[in-house]
Design a protein around this ligand. Structure first.
Ligand SMILES: Cc1ncc(COP(=O)(O)O)c(C=O)c1O
Length: 377
């Protein structure tokens, strides 16, 4: 029996592969997976678990879903001076399902969705499984800048959406107010959706502008957010989407056909996170310090590291260290010095590796020390 044809194109996750490869060696330092080491706020966990102990929790009730929407809308309105209500917000199972349901809601077979390389690898498979076509725009040669002029070259009558990952996984780059403004000015009259994956928005080192701050594009904006990275809650699988109010019913239908309801306990935990623990500046400061220390150390070894402004990754050009392709280089690093990193090709870009800053400074520096012993063979 024939399966979904899109499965033939799906690439195995190189992030998982490198993490697994590392496990073959004793004492490996894994800088492959983006799973925060900083603990979830203890009181948040305690409070959520208290709810679990005291109440039977079945499928999420309409009242809880409504409340979660109001909490998220209030948070956005306070932070970004917007006018959202729960009618704009949809809770999902992590931002992975937020992306999947959003893309399935807007995509017809053959529709093109533009994204920029280096990109978060999840986008390609989500688009392809929704019968869409990922259109990859390489921004490495454009100094990693996204401009209207560049976007214009890739627009076709089939363009259905453009995905912006801001702050960016894997580069750590953050779009400035002016950059987003010029993108929005250009796109405001175009018949397409803007998908802003802002799941790292709270982990920024010198400010962050959200696409929600531009009223002229709100009729076409889908914001993707999640508690995974900001509150170290990857395992809770709680994310949400902000969509135009008049379209929310369609996004809800797509999502509920897959998940029925969001996860009750995770909704409760998410509400606590936004109501009581929305200030994660201490967490952001830890990642900022790690980014600084590791960038300096890698630069001394000859790597050219993109100056990270957010998220918790470094994207480093290793081409003065090795002539290998990025997969071969990453595999050789694990083999020789037991440090696992992700090859740039996982993000559509050769010549780079991604380093996840989700271990302590000491471990990170030990990893760099080990990397200094790498010998090209
Ligand atoms: C840019 C980006 N978007 C979405 C996701 C999915 O995250 P989650 O489903 O845990 O919210 C990730 C995870 O690494 C990511 O880096």
């Amino acid at each position: 029996m024939e399966l979904n044809k899109a499965l033939k194109n799906l690439r195995p996750s190189l992030i998982r592969m490198l993490a697994e490869e590392g496990k073959k060696y004793d004492n490996v330092i894994s800088l492959a997976i983006g799973d925060p080491d900083i603990p979830t706020p203890r009181e948040l966990v305690k409070e959520a678990l208290k709810f679990a102990e005291e109440q039977h929790f079945g499928y999420a009730t309409t009242a809880l879903v409504e409340k979660s929407g109001t909490v998220a809308a209030d948070f956005y309105n306070k932070t970004y001076n917007t006018n959202f209500t729960s009618g704009n917000i949809l809770f999902n199972i992590g931002s992975s399902e937020a992306l999947t349901s959003s893309i399935r809601t807007i995509t017809n077979p053959g529709d093109e969705i533009i994204m920029f390389a280096p990109f978060y690898p999840g986008y390609c498979s989500i688009i392809e499984l929704a019968s869409g076509v990922p259109v990859v725009v390489d921004i490495t040669e454009n100094d990693f800048k996204i401009t209207p002029q560049l976007i214009e070259k890739y627009l076709t009558p089939k363009t259905k959406a453009i995905i912006f990952c801001n702050p960016c996984n894997p580069t750590g780059l953050v779009l400035s107010y002016d950059e987003i403004k010029s993108i929005c000015d250009f796109l405001k009259d175009k018949d397409l959706f803007i998908i802003a994956d802002e799941i790292y928005c709270m982990i920024n080192f010198s400010g962050f502008t959200s696409f929600v701050q531009f009223p002229e594009i709100l009729d076409k904006l889908i914001v993707i957010n999640s508690f995974s990275k900001s509150h170290s809650m990857t395992g809770w699988r709680n994310g949400y989407s902000i969509v135009p109010k008049e379209l929310k019913q369609y996004f809800s239908s797509t999502s509920s056909s897959t998940i029925a309801t969001p996860a009750t306990l995770s909704l409760v935990a998410g509400n606590i996170a936004l109501e009581k623990y929305s200030d994660v500046s201490e967490t952001a400061a830890i990642y900022k310090e790690r980014a600084k220390v590791v960038t300096e150390a890698l630069t001394k070894l000859g790597y050219k590291v993109i100056d990270s402004q957010g998220a918790f990754y470094l994207f480093a050009d290793y081409r003065s260290i090795s002539k290998k392709d990025s997969l071969a280089f990453a595999l050789e690093l694990v083999k020789q010095v037991q440090v696992s990193v992700v090859p740039g090709i996982a993000f559509g870009t050769e010549g780079y590796i991604r380093i996840s800053l989700t271990v302590s400074n000491e471990k990170l520096l030990e990893a760099v020390e080990r990397m200094s012993n790498y010998k090209e063979v």
